[in-house]
Design a protein around this ligand. Structure first.
Ligand SMILES: C=C(O[C@@H]1C=C(C(=O)O)C=C[C@H]1O)C(=O)O
Length: 279
């Protein structure tokens, strides 16, 4: 049996999907590589991971290298709570100013550019930074954070900042949910080990079911990891979605078409979702 090199976003959004795997409730022979989304993107595209959550925008840029695992994603249908723009001024006043972008994100960086350009008609200068709000706001008028960095800063937000939720803005702009990450399989791995891919696909579905059937336990684990209040964690696990049904797939294509219009991807792609080979 082949040992899979499996990526894991090291944020709370992956806890419901990986907890049962990591605690052995769902059996899966895999070496786990935790990291930020951009690190996982980089490792996967360099051939160092077989299956991983990949920033959804990177699929559009590299679809020839990957196949999408069915039925899972990191998404939200509106407010997401962990993709936030922290700004010293109201968004309308950002014209000509500098905006700091977390180096951990690919999808949300593109989402912000789409929203500022097309929804608000605002031009800004961007600078990519380490995800630390205080140093980002020393350099820039506003800062984009994602994942646990955003959750923690929002919970501790002692400053006088305007906080914008990009999932909410996207929903208002398009009416669609937003798909931030997809699980992808290296194409050559899928061709060589189709049975393994089926097994992993089933393991994730099963692991998510087990994870979400005991939210209080997830909250306790999340609290031990990040020290966030229970109320915020219950809200987060009710907000983040893992769907990839037809509506979510349509939403993802809508996002790609805006990214294309903004010149942020070079071509529009079809979604190639794993489904054959006896799976
Ligand atoms: C909702 C989130 O989804 C994420 C956002 C990503 C991105 O912007 O590239 C990638 C993976 C996900 O972790 C989040 O991290 O808050």
């Amino acid at each position: 049996m082949v040992r899979v090199r499996l990526g894991k976003v090291d944020y709370l959004n992956c806890l419901p999907l990986y907890d049962a795997i990591e605690t052995g409730k769902v059996a899966l022979e895999a070496d786990l590589f935790p990291g930020t989304p951009t690190l996982l993107n980089q490792k996967f595209l360099a051939g160092e991971l077989d299956i991983t959550p990949l920033s959804s925008i990177e699929y559009a840029r590299n679809s020839e290298k990957c196949i999408i695992l069915p039925g899972i994603s990191i998404s939200a249908d509106g407010r997401v709570a962990s993709i936030l723009l922290f700004s010293k001024v109201p968004l309308e006043d950002l014209e000509g100013k500098k905006v700091a972008l977390t180096s951990s994100s690919a999808t949300s960086v593109v989402l912000l550019k789409i929203l500022l350009t097309l929804q608000y008609n605002i031009r800004v200068r961007y600078e990519t930074c380490e995800p630390r709000l205080s140093s980002m706001l020393e350099k820039a008028e506003a800062a984009l954070l994602i994942g646990d960095d955003a959750l923690v800063e929002a919970a501790n937000c002692r400053r006088n900042l305007y906080v914008y939720d990009l999932g909410e803005m996207w929903k208002k702009f398009t009416g669609y949910p937003m798909i931030y990450a997809l699980w992808v399989i290296r194409r050559d791995f899928a061709e060589k080990y189709p049975e393994e891919v089926n097994r992993i696909s089933r393991a994730f579905i099963c692991s998510q079911r087990i994870g979400m059937s005991n939210v209080p336990q997830l909250v306790a684990k999340a609290r031990a990891r990040r020290g966030l209040p229970e109320k915020i964690l219950y809200d987060y696990f009710a907000t983040i979605r893992y769907d990839l049904d037809e509506r979510y797939q349509r939403a993802l294509k809508e996002y790609y078409s805006y990214a294309y219009r903004c010149g942020l991807i070079e071509r529009l792609v079809d979604l190639e979702i794993w489904g054959g080979h006896g799976g």
